[in-house]
Design a protein around this ligand. Structure first.
Ligand SMILES: Cc1cc2nc3c(=O)[nH]c(=O)nc-3n(C[C@H](O)[C@H](O)[C@H](O)COP(=O)(O)O)c2cc1C
Length: 191
């Protein structure tokens, strides 16, 4: 079984990346194959137009399209999807939402490849907006017919500067518990 963990921060090695990698470490100890994607290294632009038309990753041929095509394949290969985002003005980053708009729309228009995968969200902020952000990401999972496990608190971390989240012990434990529950659900569903 495989989990794709995504950091939706434009900042490499920041707080979101730390928490997503912490969760992936726990999932690896639970026997999962893990795959990490940083949107800081692969910035994604909005592709879906308001009238419902979408540029095709197959036909456009730009660098962005070939990157997207590879990322979509990584979603398809995963049994679990873990999405972390910093809180930006009370919600998920534009990079995170551009990716989710593309992948969610593609799944719905094709063979619903997201259906019944396990999805978990993590949000990190300096002060407020984490709950709204995980709700925003959970709505995406639920609309995609995915299964969402919980943790011992909401899946949030506190931190402003790179590495601050390492001082948020309750946040770290919440993410470890989330990852353990995600593995448990995945094993049950895979049985
Ligand atoms: C444009 C911008 C908007 C932000 N808005 C919020 C906010 O609404 N609430 C909050 O608590 N932190 C906010 N922050 C702080 C970040 O969420 C915080 O620095 C976080 O740790 C960044 O995660 P990263 O290290 O993974 O990039 C904002 C930061 C930026 C750059």
């Amino acid at each position: 079984m495989r989990v794709l963990g995504i950091s939706g921060s434009p900042r490499c090695e920041g707080n979101t990346e730390i928490l997503v990698k912490l969760a992936l470490d726990v999932l690896a100890k639970e026997g999962m194959e893990t795959d990490f994607l940083s949107l800081a290294e692969h910035p994604i632009h909005q592709h879906i137009a308001g009238d419902g038309s979408a540029k095709s990753a197959e036909t456009e041929g730009s660098r962005d399209d070939s990157v997207l095509k590879d990322i979509v394949e990584r979603f398809k290969q995963a049994d679990g999807i873990l999405i972390g985002s910093p809180v930006y003005f009370g919600s998920a980053t534009p990079q995170t939402m551009a990716l989710l708009n593309h992948v969610g729309y593609l799944s719905r228009r094709t063979d619903k490849f997201l259906r019944r995968k396990v999805g978990a969200a993590i949000a990190v902020g300096r002060r407020a907006g984490q709950n709204f952000t995980i709700a925003q990401l959970n709505y995406w999972f639920l609309l995609s017919e995915m299964i969402v496990p919980g943790s011992t608190y909401w899946n949030v971390g506190i931190g402003l500067n790179k590495g601050d989240v390492k001082n948020d012990e309750e946040g770290l434990q919440t993410i470890r518990d989330l990852a353990a529950n995600m593995a448990w659900v995945m094993k049950k569903l895979g049985a």
